[in-house]
Design a protein around this ligand. Structure first.
Ligand code: PRP
Length: 186
């Protein structure tokens, strides 16, 4: 592992998106979402745990309209920087989605496998509509056809942490998005 940069935690290489950049983009995303969903929509923000919690908390407070929130447990990375390829999905917390306009609020899309499975599961529960809002999108890593409806930032193929995202459960509490030092992941 390389020596820590002052002000950054050990293992973190550089800040990719600072707090101001994220805040401004979240505000814009919220305005777009409010404009797209009419008053008649029963909008449910569905957040796959755990990485999405910070984004959800910030986005929902910018939505000036009625919403409810719900959660599923999704995990594909474990303690690795590489996806297992078989995302685990537990839907028992998500509640009744029949007739709901579900907006999946996701921290990052990489291969797209998690969201592909999740969107299918939401549809099978009778949702009226399903859209996807992600803070970070890595289109270069996609292995399945999946296009999010709202994207905060398209990013390169670096392993990123902070603002809810982890490596081996660490760094989720950083208020910014940062690039993990590749040596730290070995
Ligand atoms: C991350 C992220 C997405 C998924 C995206 O979750 O939150 O759910 O990976 O990867 P994919 O597009 O390749 O499927 P992770 O498995 O790291 O769990 P976490 O949210 O608890 O950190």
């Amino acid at each position: 592992m390389s020596s820590p940069i002052p002000g950054l935690p050990a293992g973190v290489q550089r800040v990719l998106l600072d707090e101001g950049q994220i805040r401004r983009r979240v505000e814009t995303l919220a305005q777009e979402i409010c404009a797209d969903y009419g008053d008649e929509c029963r909008l449910v923000l569905l957040a796959p745990l755990k990485g999405s919690v910070v984004f959800l908390a910030d986005l929902m407070r910018q939505l000036a309209r009625p919403i409810t929130i719900s959660f599923v447990l999704a995990s594909s990375y474990g303690n690795s920087t590489e996806s297992s390829g078989v995302p685990e999905l537990q839907m028992d917390m998500c509640g009744d989605l029949s007739g709901a306009d579900v907006l999946v609020v996701e921290d990052i899309i990489d291969t797209g496998r998690t969201l592909q499975r999740l969107v299918a599961a939401i549809r099978s529960r009778g949702a009226a509509s399903v859209k996807v809002c992600c803070l970070l999108d890595k289109p270069a890593r996609r292995v399945v056809e999946l296009r999010p409806d709202y994207v905060g930032f398209e990013i390169a193929d670096d392993f990123v942490v902070g603002y809810g995202l982890d490596f081996a459960e660490q760094h989720r509490n950083l208020p910014y998005v940062a690039v993990l030092d590749p040596d730290a992941a070995r």
